[in-house]
Design a protein around this ligand. Structure first.
Ligand SMILES: Cc1ncc(COP(=O)(O)O)c(C=O)c1O
Length: 391
């Protein structure tokens, strides 16, 4: 048998596996409420889609520059000025194949094989998996409900060796928790003082329920910000995102983009440019997520699920169910099979404690979230805690 590379032997991205299985079961006619999927149930605004045919008829659908169309990069730079009051040179922006492409190219451009890169646990599993595929060493920093599931300076100081990099999710997938401006500024200062490259996953900016998220670019010229049209802009399937890089990094990302992708998808870039004109519709989606969040905050404790993350952004709530079970996968299977509600076990996000946590996405319709809470409540009344804890 011919050789397979060790570096490609990364863990399965279980959320995607679950999504596939749940979609197959739903397509076969099962009545399932989706709280497993990390995507808005509503797509790009209709007014944007209405323009796609015209764009395809008149636009040039050939390759764009490897770093993206200049007009889109200019529009993204304008977005930073409008939303954060931060002036970004469009030359520092690279349009990417989703935030995922941005993560991969960022890691490749600043980390070497063997570099240690820290992140909070729980975290988005692809950070760990991409780093492993690149020969880097993911370093998971335990984070608790009390610590708002974000990396603290004390935890970073306590690491036996300083890492070369730190990845933060702000707001975080899977917890929805956020760092405030002060915490973010302290973290960027710590990274600068210790020569640690900070990569901020800012994919859920725009999807916040109180104070708006601040960008790491406000306080650091050395950090990399990764972003996407998948979440606030609700364009998951269009596979389009962007990164903002320090000046000395951007040329490397450009060269990687040329050889890895040639260019990001042209049609998606045109659509993304139009999407900026329809923020009123997108803000309406965020208002719906907020309503859904309030329902979960009110109803889950009634069902006995009480230890909930302080979701201030994204569309996830993370629940510590250690008082209910030590087997979150069996819990999720039971909930799906017996109540028709799909949620995700924490095992993807936290290798150590994920067997006692679950993630619930509330990006669906308010009717669905209301019905999911009703079903969870009924199902939980039949859930035998003692048996589940001792099984
Ligand atoms: C935190 C986080 N980062 C990155 C991604 C990748 O998103 P995309 O490639 O669709 O932009 C996701 C997707 O769910 C995510 O939740």
């Amino acid at each position: 048998m011919l050789k397979l590379s060790c570096r490609s032997e990364i863990p399965v991205f279980r959320v995607l596996d679950i999504l596939r299985i749940v979609n197959e079961r739903a397509a076969a006619g099962e009545d399932i409420i989706h709280m497993e999927a990390g995507q808005p149930s509503t797509g790009a605004p209709q007014a944007v889609l209405d323009e796609v045919a015209e764009i395809m008829r008149t636009g040039n659908m050939g390759y764009t520059a490897a770093t993206g169309m200049p007009e889109l990069k200019n529009r993204i730079a304008q977005h930073y000025a409008d939303r954060y009051g931060v002036k970004i040179d469009p030359k520092r922006i690279v349009v990417t194949v989703g935030g995922s492409g941005g993560l991969m190219m960022s890691f490749l451009s600043v980390f070497d094989v063997g570099d240690r890169v820290a992140m909070a646990a729980p975290a988005y599993p692809a950070y760990r998996n991409i780093l492993m595929a690149l020969g880097c060493e993911p370093v998971e920093i335990e984070s608790t409900l009390e610590e708002n599931y974000q990396p603290t300076l004390a935890r970073l100081e306590a690491l036996p060796q300083k890492p070369q990099g730190l990845i933060i999710g702000n707001p975080s997938n899977p917890t929805g928790t956020m760092m405030n401006k002060k915490q973010l500024a302290e973290l960027t200062a710590w990274c600068q003082a210790h020569g640690v490259r900070l990569i901020a996953d800012e994919l859920y900016h725009g999807v916040t329920y109180g104070e708006a998220a601040d960008t790491v670019l406000s306080t650091s010229d050395e950090a990399i910000s990764v972003n996407s049209f998948s979440k606030y802009f609700a364009m998951t399937g269009w596979r389009i995102g962007w990164v903002v890089c320090p000046e000395d990094v951007v040329d490397r990302v450009k060269r990687l983009s040329e050889s890895l992708f040639v260019a990001p998808p042209t049609l998606a870039q045109h659509v993304a440019l139009k999407a900026f004109d329809h923020c009123d519709v997108l803000d309406g989606y965020v208002a719906r997520y907020k309503t859904n969040l309030e329902i979960l905050k009110r109803e889950l404790p009634k069902a006995g699920i009480t230890k909930l993350s302080k979701a201030e952004g994204a569309f996830y709530m993370y629940a510590d169910i250690s008082d209910l079970t030590d087997d979150s996968e069996a819990f999720c299977r039971g909930l799906l099979d017996q109540a028709g509600v799909a949620v995700t076990p924490g095992t993807d996000f936290d290798l150590t404690r994920g067997h006692q946590t679950i993630r619930m996405s509330f990006a669906g319709s308010t009717e669905d979230i209301t019905e999911a809470c009703r079903r969870i409540n009924v199902w939980m009344r039949g859930w035998n805690h003692r048996e589940a804890k001792t099984a």
